[in-house]
Design a binder for this molecule. Sequence first.
Ligand code: SF4
Length: 330
Amino acid sequence: MKLSNSKRIFSGFADKALKKGTISDSEALLALNAKGADIVDLFAEAVRVREVVSGSKIKLCSIINIKSGRCSEDCTFCAQSARYSTDAPVHSLVDHSEMAEMASKMKEWKSRLGIVSSGKGVLKGDSAEFQKILQSIRHLVKKGPVHASLGLLSDETARLLKDAGVEMYHHNIETAPSFFKKICRTHTFADRVHTVKVAKEAGMEVCCGGILGLGETLKQRVEMARAIHNLNVDAIPLNFLNPIPGTPLGNRKPMLPLEALKIVAMFRLVNPKKEVKVCGGRETVLGDLQGMLFFAGASGMMVGGYLTTRGRSVEADHRMVSDCGLTAVK
Ligand code: SF4
């Protein structure tokens, strides 16, 4: 029995990504179509890039849902839209004490705090609710880095968040530009890109990614990775659809673990120098292959649960990171 000595199709991808700052769209598509032993070669290229860019450090982040549900928007995957009847919690802005309690866990969790609110966004800086959030942020930053995700922003609200001490603003483009209308009709892809730009102009770092498995094609997954590359953000959160009953995508089948891991590797090679982290859907979609996410090129993950669904214990996640010979960091 003789092994074919055909050239390994992903050979050189890591060098190209590091030297040129990305790989081409056709190479990215090749990555998503990898089969058999080629998948392992693909992961090897992606992990080489991860090791050069972030060594053995795995960045953790954790979120608190400070206001849940009742959102006017119609994002088809979202349990917090008022248009869909789901079991998601519905509550108005939580007290500062709840945010402070979550913040106090970040040291032990070796994680960074993200405060997340449902709703289209905050375009005016004078609302009582927004002023309360700014007040909380001013206190929370004394305990450690604070990230925020409050939807669409204006120049004014972005500047006020920066002045209050927000280190990183999270705002996803969610999917490929050509697929966006299929998942949201109440605001536009351009609205989301605008928010990423005003957050950067205000001097905040930006965390921008999206959700895979919404019905987009493989080509649209590459288009999404390219769109994020062109926005030159700092961190890229990858979520895998965890279908929520009651939402329009509630009956969709979650993707298979290897399909998700190939997406991680593709995003790593298209965006070599960024923090590529796996967030929502990690446990549901990756199942027993969770630890592989670091060997597919991811350099971060969300721990401690998600907006409307639970995650597994932070202890188990810390153990997974150390079992992979890696180190969890803030
Ligand atoms: S993703 Fe955000 S904007 Fe869209 S429905 Fe959910 S909370 Fe609203």
